[in-house]
Design a protein. Structure first.
Lengths: 115, 822
């Protein structure tokens, strides 16, 4: 229950932070940290829920943007980066980067309190 | 609290943010900041435009005086209807920015020598070059002149700048164009000066090849001596069919340029010491174009038809942006430059016009003698004269500023000196004299062409054009056709400025500019058409020297005139076929010469195979023709066999003679001196032997091409439209298109017809156009490269040119943007 709630809350707050685009892209780090502090879990679960919260958020937005765009841009970017022109890989890499930063922030928070 | 794991995790968190927030070096370039770039709410995903995006909008803008309605058609061409001219340009600026902001800023950054500011130290060389060339200096001078003398033009450019800035200000951080995110910088405020910088950018592209070739020609003259030089780089073009028909009688010139008395020894035949200096970006030799107009006497409808296709580098986003601008003073449609107000090539409800490059020499080097290395005084007419100094500061991303202190002489900026190291111009101080530094009325000519009603208006409009010599073609509904070569052209004596000129003696200075009324022009000629294709504008009876013949491609003009002469009852469809024609008139002349020298009995199997392909070729550079590939490879190999021995002896860049030189030499002279391979000391090769050597080399090469399945012309040529950053992923590659050098369809690897336009001057104007790009500069938009396929396959779009009252109900209109005062 805690696990799922953390994921949802992490993603939701990251989304809200992301609406303020004058703030840096990594601002969700703060909310992920706060969520993981408020809903305490073991480090492994904290990391995973922090990771998944933003991972799911980012791949969802990217996926929605990509679908309505007919993959026009994602295929181009996936050639530049280079990911062999695969928009699926690009969406996964996108999610992974956001997820990793969020997960690490949550992990840090989890160590803040004694288990 | 578990302190150590906490600290480690915190460090990893910070580390990951730093890592993904830094541009990482990869290979020679840098990645974007990956976290930012990939963040779906900040980065590039925001630029993924929905396929069904709507462009309807109600926009309130400060400083607008009236109301402006913009109807966007299904190709995303805006049709602007404004209450007054200023508002129209205001909104044109807004739209250029909305669809092309990154490009217009980037191009003016290139022109202004500011690339290192956004990219880093690796572009300092390019920036130095453009600063020292006086690009900013020239822009400032033109701006000052326009602001002083042409209030109407100034108002248009200022209104345009306001529009660009209104759009920039409306941008939220996540909405900035894709390339800013990729390179990680921000759009800055647009200024009127940037419009002038853009004009300099075009001047450079179209007139500044001489900044490189004058040095190369000097090297070649030094190396070969003038006599041989004059054979290798002859100004005689036997088959020239000039823009103004041969036999036209020219009036007495008002200026008779006089060569200085010591010219032969002090200039023409003097070895000035060679240089390896070269530009980081040399304007394409093929920067040229076709335009023509046929009179009603030759058309089916009895009305003139005007055609134009300017040949430039093929880039995405395209240099061009289509637009219709309608105000109470005029209604004009055509291709505009993002970065400039008004239409550059187009038509209105009375007239049509187009341009090709004149290719005249308007740029020279003067060898200056300075008193010492401080460059404060130079020797001129027997006395020391004080030099000025211009300070140019180049900002560098991630590095200290680079400061250029450029000595300014009465000729212009000292481009090369001891501080601008090029290990080559050793001891030389080369000042640049270039008409682009002379100020003038800027874009006024185009501004007035937008509003012209008839031939007189056309003449008056283009008389304002003083930079970047162009052949302005014209046609009117009332039946006039005309062409005029216009700019401030230098009244030169023969060969003046083909090499570095002495800078100490005013006798070598330009002696005057040719008055506009003496520029080559022709109106309603008996043959029923006018045309230009960058060839020499006149025969040798024209009283002024046009510049070295190598500046003027010869063959497109021949084939265009031949075809137009033959054609009658012309329709716009005929003109479409002519603009996309792939016939190779150069090969028509060169193939028999090659074949004449081949001893067929001496050919081996492979050689015979390719010679047969050459013999059976239909002389068309169509996309699937193998003969075209064979011809090109063989000709290149013969050139190499002919020239490489002579030219490889020097370490200095010289550039090889033009194709016409070799062709006409082979036609005339079976004992051609340069056929001998000077590397073989005790043997004198004949023309036949040298050609055979070329064929042997070509055969080896062609066999490799054949094995890779690339013998078909389009596969071999491999045309592409490259993104301005030369990133393949953003480019359009391997296009199925024929054509090539010397062909009316002048499409080479990355260069060619950048806008094809055909205007039939019927009561309701019937016009067609296409360019290799799309209206939207965003690589994430379906409109980014939407026209490329049509362009490659020779298809045109029927241009929608509407009245205000018809716009709301027109079926091709998809969206409406309204602009009102805030």
């Amino acid at each position: 229950m805690k696990f799922v709630a953390s994921i949802i809350l992490t993603g939701l707050l990251a989304y809200v932070f992301g609406l303020f685009t004058t703030l840096p892209w990594w601002s969700f780090l703060v909310s992920s940290f706060v969520v993981a502090t408020a809903i305490h879990q073991k480090p492994g679960f904290a990391f995973l829920s922090g990771f998944l919260g933003v991972f799911i958020l980012w791949i969802s937005i990217a996926y929605l943007k990509d679908i309505v765009n007919g993959h026009i841009l994602s295929v181009k970017v996936a050639e530049i980066l280079p990911l062999g022109g695969s928009y699926i890989m690009l969406i996964l890499v996108t999610g992974f980067i956001g997820g990793l930063v969020s997960g690490l922030a949550a992990l840090t928070a989890s160590f803040l309190r004694k288990a | 609290m578990r302190i150590i794991p906490f600290l480690v995790a915190a460090a990893c968190t910070v580390g990951s943010v730093v890592l993904f927030n830094t541009q990482l070096p990869v290979g020679g370039s840098k990645t974007p900041r990956l976290g930012y770039f990939l963040s779906p709410q900040h980065g590039f995903w925001q630029n993924a435009e929905p396929l069904n995006a709507s462009f309807n909008n109600d926009i309130k803008l400060e400083g607008l005086e009236g109301k402006v309605d913009v109807f966007m058609d299904d190709r995303l061409v805006p049709h602007i209807y404004a209450d007054n001219d200023k508002d129209a340009y205001y909104v044109q600026g807004y739209l250029h920015a909305k669809f092309r902001l990154w490009q217009m800023e980037f191009q003016t950054h290139v022109a202004g020598g500011r690339l290192s500011e956004i990219v880093g130290p690796e572009r300092i060389k390019t920036d130095q070059f453009f600063r020292r060339l006086g690009m900013v200096y020239g822009a400032e001078k033109t701006q000052a002149d326009v602001e002083k003398n042409n209030p109407e033009m100034k108002a248009a450019i200022d209104a345009y700048a306001k529009g660009v800035n209104a759009y920039i200000k409306s941008l939220k951080p996540e909405q900035i164009p894709f390339e800013y995110k990729l390179l990680d910088y921000q759009p800055e405020e647009w200024t009127s000066k940037k419009t002038y910088l853009f004009q300099m950018f075009m001047s450079y592209d179209l007139t500044a090849r001489g900044a490189t070739t004058d040095l190369q020609m000097s090297n070649a003259r030094n190396y070969f001596g003038y006599e041989d030089f004059d054979r290798l780089f002859t100004n005689l073009q036997d088959s020239l069919d000039p823009i103004i028909p041969k036999g036209t009688v020219y009036n007495q010139p008002s200026i008779v340029p006089k060569a200085p008395a010591d010219m032969e020894l002090a200039y023409l035949k003097k070895n000035t010491g060679s240089t390896t200096a070269s530009a980081p970006v040399v304007p394409e030799k093929g920067n040229g174009s076709n335009n023509w107009a046929v009179a009603g006497s030759k058309t089916k409808s009895g009305r003139p038809i005007l055609c134009n296709d300017p040949h430039l580098g093929l880039n995405l986003p395209s240099l061009w942006y289509e637009v219709q601008i309608t105000t109470p003073t005029h209604s004009t449609y055509g291709a505009s430059f993002p970065g400039s107000p008004a239409v550059i090539i187009g038509f209105n409800d009375s007239i049509a016009w187009g341009v090709t490059n004149a290719g005249r020499d308007v740029i020279d080097y003067y060898d200056m003698k300075f008193r010492d290395s401080t460059l404060q005084e130079y020797w001129y007419n027997g006395a020391w004269v004080k030099a000025g100094v211009r300070r140019e500061v180049i900002k560098v991303k991630g590095g200290p500023d680079q400061v250029e202190n450029i000595a300014m002489t009465n000729y212009g900026p000292v481009m090369y000196d001891h501080t601008y190291k090029n290990n080559s111009t050793e001891g030389k101080n080369l000042a640049l004299r270039w008409t682009a530094h002379d100020g003038g009325s800027g874009l006024l000519a185009f501004y007035l062409l937008n509003r012209a009603h008839n031939y007189d208006d056309y003449l008056k409009a283009i008389s304002n054009w003083n930079s970047t010599g162009q052949n302005f073609v014209f046609a009117s509904k009332t039946g006039d056709i005309a062409i005029k070569q216009q700019a401030s052209f230098v009244a030169r004596w023969n060969r003046q400025g083909d090499f570095i000129l002495p800078g100490t003696d005013s006798n070598y200075a330009w002696q005057g500019m040719i008055p506009a009324e003496e520029n080559p022009m022709i109106r309603n000629p008996a043959r029923g058409f006018v045309s230009s294709a960058n060839q020499q504008s006149t025969d040798t009876t024209y009283p002024y020297y046009l510049g070295a013949a190598g500046n003027f491609p010869l063959y497109r003009g021949i084939i265009i005139n031949r075809k137009l002469n033959e054609m009658n009852n012309i329709t716009p469809e005929d003109m479409q076929r002519l603009q996309t024609d792939n016939y190779n008139v150069f090969a028509e002349m060169a193939r028999p010469v090659l074949l004449k020298y081949i001893n067929e009995s001496a050919l081996n199997g492979d050689e015979r195979k390719y010679i047969d392909l050459l013999k059976n070729w239909n002389l068309k550079n169509d996309l699937s023709e193998k003969g075209s590939t064979v011809f090109n490879v063989i000709w290149d190999s013969v050139e190499t066999a002919m020239w490489s021995d002579e030219f490889s002896g020097s370490t200095y860049a010289m550039g090889w003679p033009d194709e016409y030189v070799l062709l006409q030499s082979l036609i005339k002279d079976s004992l051609y001196k340069f056929a001998d391979n000077i590397a073989t000391a005790n043997k004198k090769e004949t023309v036949a032997e040298t050609i055979m050597a070329g064929i042997k080399k070509a055969t080896q090469y062609l066999a490799g091409v054949d094995r890779n399945g690339k013998l078909e012309w389009a596969r071999f040529k491999d045309t592409r439209v490259l993104h301005l950053l030369k990133i393949n992923g953003l480019s359009s590659l391997h296009l199925p298109i024929g054509g090539g050098r010397h062909i009316i369809n002048a499409t080479t690897e990355n260069h060619g017809p950048s806008w094809r336009m055909i205007v039939h001057m019927t009561d309701d104007i019937e016009a067609y156009g296409v360019y290799p790009g799309g209206q939207h500069g965003n690589p994430g938009s379906r409109y980014y490269d939407a026209f490329i396929e049509s362009w490659a396959t020779g298809k045109y779009y029927r241009i929608l040119f509407m009245n205000r009252q018809d716009a709301p109900t027109n079926k091709q209109v998809k969206w409406l943007m309204t602009f009102t005062k805030a």
